[in-house]
Design a protein around this ligand. Structure first.
Ligand SMILES: C[S@@+](CC[C@H](N)C(=O)[O-])C[C@H]1O[C@@H](n2cnc3c(N)ncnc32)[C@H](O)[C@@H]1O
Length: 283
């Protein structure tokens, strides 16, 4: 791959997804896009890039951006955030929403669905009282490929082996050949939608919980700041934000404060002077 090809791919991916491909990531581009170039009938990645550069944005460009995303995920990833949800954060949200009996959850950059399904199983398993509540649960991602998998709710043995406790696997999945398929009532809790975090967001509900984990790390600082600001616009003033273990709002958005919840970490908006409605998790 020539430097010109790398430069073109780098710019395409940056403009369309905000993912920054640092110099030195040429091997990653080669390994991810070489096969895609072949699928589209090009003998080399350079030819593929030249063809894209000469054409308006279309399927090839889109698939290139999707191929450069990292979709790494697993059930109950890092476990502590889910323990914090179970022990403290969901009970707090339930207490605050007792009057409306409605909870709105957004799992952004949800990849192939393991994260939102983990939350859905957690709600079903530990909060049976929510059965009569209205739960709006939206899970989004940029990539159509991962969304299709998420909607199918089908996972291989290696995927369920990563983080899914055996009792939950037996209870919430059925075996179909070599795959495990999530139960319809769990799948139907979640509305999977395409959403590019750097494009204009559609009208969304006011969220009580936003999980946007392990995606901000790929973005530059202005993009992180803009996304955190946008998240505040769609969050309830008492809402909870959860980020990946290597991510923080610190130095990016001073309207959020970090809250230690057991061994997990969450973020909430700095409260109004009255402090009304603010969650009671230990700061
Ligand atoms: C590493 S995965 C994280 C999955 C899950 N949140 C977790 O923590 O296990 C990152 C996801 O972010 C998505 N992504 C990357 N750039 C995005 C963007 N600009 N808008 C929306 N999603 C994006 C990728 O498609 C990928 O599925």
């Amino acid at each position: 791959m020539t430097p010109k090809t790398f430069g073109y791919i780098r710019q395409l991916v940056l403009t369309r997804s905000a993912i920054v491909l640092e110099p030195g990531k040429e091997y990653l581009v080669e390994s991810r896009l070489g096969p895609l170039a072949k699928v589209h009938g090009f003998a080399s990645l350079d030819e593929f890039a030249d063809a894209m550069a000469a054409a308006p944005f279309g399927t090839m460009h889109r698939q290139t951006v999707e191929a450069m995303t990292t979709n790494e995920t697993s059930f109950f990833r890092d476990i502590h955030p889910f323990e914090a949800l179970k022990k403290t954060l969901i009970p707090e949200i339930i207490a605050r929403k007792a009057a409306s009996r409605q909870i709105n959850i957004w799992c952004a950059a949800a990849s192939s669905g393991q994260e939102p399904y983990s939350v859905a199983m957690l709600l079903r398993e530990h909060f049976p009282e929510l059965a009569s509540w209205k739960i709006t649960f939206i899970a989004t991602d940029l990539s159509n490929a991962v969304l299709a998998k998420a909607r199918s709710g089908r996972y291989g043995q290696l995927e369920v082996n990563r983080g899914l406790p055996a009792p939950l696997m037996v209870k919430y999945f059925t075996k179909d050949g070599t795959e495990w398929v999530i139960r319809d009532d769990i799948r139907n809790m979640i509305d999977f939608r395409e959403l590019n975090l750097i494009e204009k967001w559609p009208l969304m509900p006011v969220f009580d919980l936003v999980m946007i984990r392990n995606v901000l790390i790929y973005f530059d600082i202005p993009t992180k700041k803009q996304i955190l600001k946008n998240i505040r616009q769609v969050m309830s003033p008492t809402g909870i934000l959860m980020l990946g273990g290597a991510e923080t709002t610190m130095g990016l958005d001073d309207q959020f404060e970090r809250v230690q919840v057991d061994k997990g970490v969450a973020y909430r908006q700095i409260s109004t002077p009255s402090g009304a409605g603010r969650p009671h998790v230990a700061a």
